[in-house]
Design a protein around this ligand. Structure first.
Ligand SMILES: Cc1cc2nc3c(=O)[nH]c(=O)nc-3n(C[C@H](O)[C@H](O)[C@H](O)COP(=O)(O)O)c2cc1C
Length: 217
């Protein structure tokens, strides 16, 4: 088999337990800021994996639009494939691959639709044409050709030409509430650093404190 890619040595800079802050959300923010500073294209893009009713994992890229102690916020069409999968099974995995700085973050948890006020707030912050696009695309559904898609968009543009665009009720945000966050840092000789934070949701809905452990690469 032909070998793909360059065989790079990922360097010496270490990720040790003492480098990390105790709260993985805060640690994530530090790494996101590093990715932004490194001028990575779309540093807030991540691969979101859901599991369909039939048990089929499906992955796609979405954009992180907010992160705080409540979780990781992204927006999409609730009737899309991912939306339908999430309505039956909220478990997700999310991967941020910041390869040029040898960083990867993997998040596991559940994604739940946010309250409608939060979706409204985000929708209202978007440019007019993006708001219109949310109306004009029935995300993940079949369409016969590009012209038909362009026509749908033109129709929606003219419908909202001189007016505010309300948020479609089938479009809005999700928040991923994490139970596992792994920070991976590339190191020499494939002896990479992997530090995992994990916690458990208890019967009353509260979480155990975050624990940290190192994993073999
Ligand atoms: C860089 C990038 C960013 C994207 N951001 C989003 C996003 O924030 N929300 C979204 O619904 N789709 C986004 N997409 C499109 C999705 O990858 C996907 O095609 C779409 O959501 C339909 O997925 P589904 O059929 O699995 O539901 C993005 C794609 C790329 C390449």
């Amino acid at each position: 088999m032909e070998s793909l890619g360059r065989h790079e040595d990922y360097g010496q800079e270490a990720l040790t337990e003492t480098h990390l802050v105790a709260d993985p959300i805060e640690q994530f923010k530090l790494w996101l800021a590093e990715a932004e500073a490194a001028d990575i294209y779309e540093p807030n893009a991540f691969v979101l994996s859901t599991v369909s009713l039939e048990g089929q994992p499906r992955s796609r890229t979405v954009l992180l639009k907010g992160v705080d102690q409540n979780g990781f916020f992204f927006a999409t069409n609730y009737l899309s494939r991912k939306g339908q999968a999430l309505s039956k099974n909220p478990k997700v995995s999310a991967v941020f691959g910041w390869y040029s700085i040898y960083h990867q973050v993997i998040i596991e948890g559940v994604a739940r639709a946010v309250p409608s006020e939060d979706s409204d707030e985000y929708h209202n912050s978007r440019p007019h044409d993006s708001q219109v696009a949310a109306w004009s695309s029935h995300q993940s559904q079949f369409i016969e050709n590009r012209d038909a898609l362009d026509k749908q968009f033109e129709e929606a543009l003219s419908k909202f030409e001189n007016s505010d665009v309300p948020r479609p009720d089938y479009w809005g945000g999700y928040r991923i509430v994490p139970t596992r966050i792994e920070f991976w840092k590339g190191r020499s000789n494939r002896m990479h650093d992997r530090i995992e934070y994990f916690r458990t949701q208890q019967a009353d809905g509260s979480f155990t404190p975050w624990e940290i452990q190192r994993l073999q690469p």
